[in-house]
Ligand binder design. Structure first.
Ligand SMILES: Cc1ncc(COP(=O)(O)O)c(C=O)c1O
Length: 414
């Protein structure tokens, strides 16, 4: 694999003094947009940010109290690398209750966010040249982490006309004897797509034909499904594949706990053991106080999650309706997560009022930010343009005003 010359997207030249692998560490476009928005704000502009996937709710009060109690009770020493017994027990209860999945303590581990679960798993399993199959559009961190460890992302196209769901033929076309991982992420970031039970059964049939591949089922948005859609855990739908599946979840999205950095994985004991070895060498485990908080969240009343879900569902419908009313903009109604993913093909090839030629969705997103002070992220950063990803995890007033500014921006194109 070419790591020092120009190569596939995300592979460039390392700066002098830095390891070749750093060339594969692009700064995610999501962060780049947030930085640009911050700079405009510092200049005194009122910037509306729909760029980051971060809930605007506060962490539930009872969860904060549990953290306080844990600190006062002396839970302030190094915890076990794979997670405290109390949190692992709460995770096991959660998997059983919500997903119909039984995991023993040896099949569970806690990490610093879902992101570290992925890093542990990839570092433990990927050798140079291994292929990582990722449905596209995708969350930016999957290909980034895969490349960091020498893997080669292979994308399985999810089409707008299928509601961005992954179909079995699209998956099959991306698989090969070199496939090391298949990544599934439904409800999906960035499209909000949710796969049906029938989809998962067909996908499982394909996965059975590639027994060498591990399967990452990233279910971090599982609670955020709308309009009667249901989330199904792959390992429950296909128990015969459970020995190959790493089910990923966390408290960031469902419990508005992004800053506590708690994610977790359930999988076969031999994989969890190797991931634990990786994590032990990297971080010696996860903040003991945050683990106590996460246990309280998982064992807490389900009503809180339902309340947030209903709010996201309402906001998403409002945003999608506003976007659909803009000439040149299309928008599928997402069934899950908290993003809208409008298509803007009808707006390209035009010039903004500020005099910029809009050739790509990135041109659109940058001009929208600079001229109307609305921050979002271009779809091409998630593998599919020309689209935008708008996060609906912000208050109604901001969302209404942002949609109005997008309409003004588009009306000014000539
Ligand atoms: C699809 C998906 N998976 C996992 C994560 C990881 O979240 P965290 O590291 O906060 O647990 C995110 C966060 O944006 C995400 O969008």
């Amino acid at each position: 694999m070419n790591v020092t010359g120009t190569g596939p997207a995300g592979v460039g030249v390392a700066e002098p003094g830095f390891a070749a692998r750093t060339a594969r560490l692009d700064s995610p476009a999501t962060i780049a947009m947030a930085v640009r928005a911050r700079a405009l704000r510092a200049e005194g502009h009122q910037v509306l940010s729909l760029a980051l996937g971060e809930p605007d709710f506060a962490t539930p009060h009872a969860v904060i109290e549990a953290a306080h109690r844990a600190a006062l009770d002396g839970q302030t020493k190094y915890p076990p690398v794979d997670g405290t017994p109390a949190l692992k027990a709460a995770i096991a209860r959660k998997f059983e209750r919500e997903n119909g999945l039984a995991y023993t303590p040896a099949e569970l581990m806690v990490s610093n966010g879902g992101k570290q679960v992925i890093f542990n798993a990839f570092m433990a399993t990927i050798d140079a040249g291994d292929e990582i199959v990722i449905p596209s559009p995708y969350w930016v961190s999957y290909p980034l982490a895969a490349r960091l460890f020498g893997g080669v992302p292979v994308f399985a196209a999810c089409r707008e006309e299928d509601g961005f769901r992954l179909t079995a033929p699209a998956l099959e076309a991306a698989l090969s004897p070199r496939t090391r991982w298949v990544v599934l992420n439904f409800p999906n970031n960035p499209t909000g797509a949710v796969v049906t039970l029938a989809d998962l059964e067909a996908i499982s049939e394909v996965l059975r034909r590639y027994p060498q591949a591990w399967i990452l089922s990233d279910e971090i948005y599982e609670h955020l499904v709308f309009d009667g859609a249901r989330h199904h855990s792959l390992a429950a739908v296909a128990p015969d594949l459970k020995s190959r599946i790493l089910t990923l979840n966390g408290v960031s999205k469902s419990y508005a706990m992004t800053g506590w950095r708690i994610g977790y994985g359930g999988g076969p004991a031999r994989l969890i053991r190797m991931m634990t070895r990786v994590q032990g060498n990297a971080t010696s485990g996860v903040c003991s106080i945050a683990q106590a908080a996460a246990a309280a969240a998982l064992d807490g009343p389900a009503g809180l999650v339902a309340e947030m879900r209903d709010t996201y569902a309402r906001r998403r419908a409002m945003v999608v309706e506003s976007l659909r009313a803009i000439p040149g903009v299309t928008c599928a109604m997402p069934q899950g997560a908290f993003y809208a993913y409008p298509g803007i093909a009808g707006c390209l090839g035009k010039t903004s009022q500020g005099g910029r030629m809009l050739r790509t969705d990135e041109d659109f997103a940058i001009a929208l930010l600079d001229e109307q002070h609305v921050a979002c992220v271009q779809g091409s950063a998630f593998g599919k343009g020309p689209y935008l990803r708008l996060s609906c995890a912000t208050d109604d007033e901001t969302l209404r005003e942002a949609c109005a500014r997008i309409a003004t921006f588009v009306a000014g194109l000539g």
